[in-house]
Design a protein around this ligand. Sequence first.
Ligand SMILES: *Cc1c(COP(=O)(O)O)cnc(C)c1O
Length: 359
Amino acid sequence: MDAVHVTKPFLPPLKEFTAYLEKLWETGIFTHNGPLLNQFEQELQNYLGIENVVCVSNGTIAIQLAIKALELQGEIITTPFTFIATADAILWEKCTPVFVDIDPETLNILPDEIEKNLTEKTAAILGVHVFGNPCDVERIHKISQRYNLKVIYDGAHAMGVKIDGKTIFSYGDISTVSFHATKLLQTFEGGAVITENKEIARKLKRLRFFGYEGRDIVDEGFNGKMTEVSAAMGLVNLKYLDDVILRRKNLYERYQMFLSPLKNISLQKINPQSFNYSYFPVIFNKEQDLFRVESRLKEVNVFPRRYFYPSLNTLDFFPKKTHTPNSEKIAQNILCIPLYDSLKEETVEMIAKTIVDLM
Ligand SMILES: *Cc1c(COP(=O)(O)O)cnc(C)c1O
């Protein structure tokens, strides 16, 4: 069997992509506010039902731009159970990440822990919708109002997720998303910054283009632009997104059927109304079980990944130390098994049965 990795990018019909490339050859416009970028932003806005989608070069830059646009300084409360990019973006913007613990079932930041870790230096909350599972946005909103804090959501995994029919990206002051090749909607590399605030959106557009407003340089900007090739890939892929989510849902439910009865593992607590089926994490009771499953799967050419490992608060280069037992335990015992639209049902069953046999 060909190697099965934790994910594989969705590939649209090549002809649809090359049709856009032919346009590029005609216009000679490759980047910077080109026609395909504008079209992609417009179509994302229509799809999501929100204004002000600002596409950028990747999902990490998107977080940095969000922090810059809100002019944050000091401490930003965030989760240690996320991809390293979330916390690196905070450091690169000269702020201090303060890691607070997560809910062991939803895997998201705990509102009570946010409140416990507030100081005079706290400027913002940076929540992550882990594996596309929405944070407790209502409670986080209340906390932010009470203590006058900004809220950013790293929605790198959360493309297409809605709460009561409303896009998840409408919560907080700013949301970000990643369109990296391994993410649900991919543009090779790419991302977007999303806000309901028009002024902030204008600022974000300046910041991604060296601080220019027209011919004047009015902000300390940098280069965060998305290329036309990426926008083209996004335009093609967006048309297939709903189909892709449906196929993933079907495979996710198949895994669930086999794995949810097992006593020695647990699965992320999700709400099917607010989910995009982008990952399938399995949480073992002990790391030894994780290793056993990992090595057995490797023998049959299946390569799950330890998302996310380690818990970021354990890394030396983050200055502020906190203790987050749930995150540390989960990070040590969690394994994401393969899930992508072109994965075969038989492969899902084979992987699931392998785990069932070992547990
Ligand atoms: C992938 C990811 C990012 C970074 O996105 P890139 O487009 O790869 O820069 C940020 N946060 C989380 C949670 C991610 O998974």
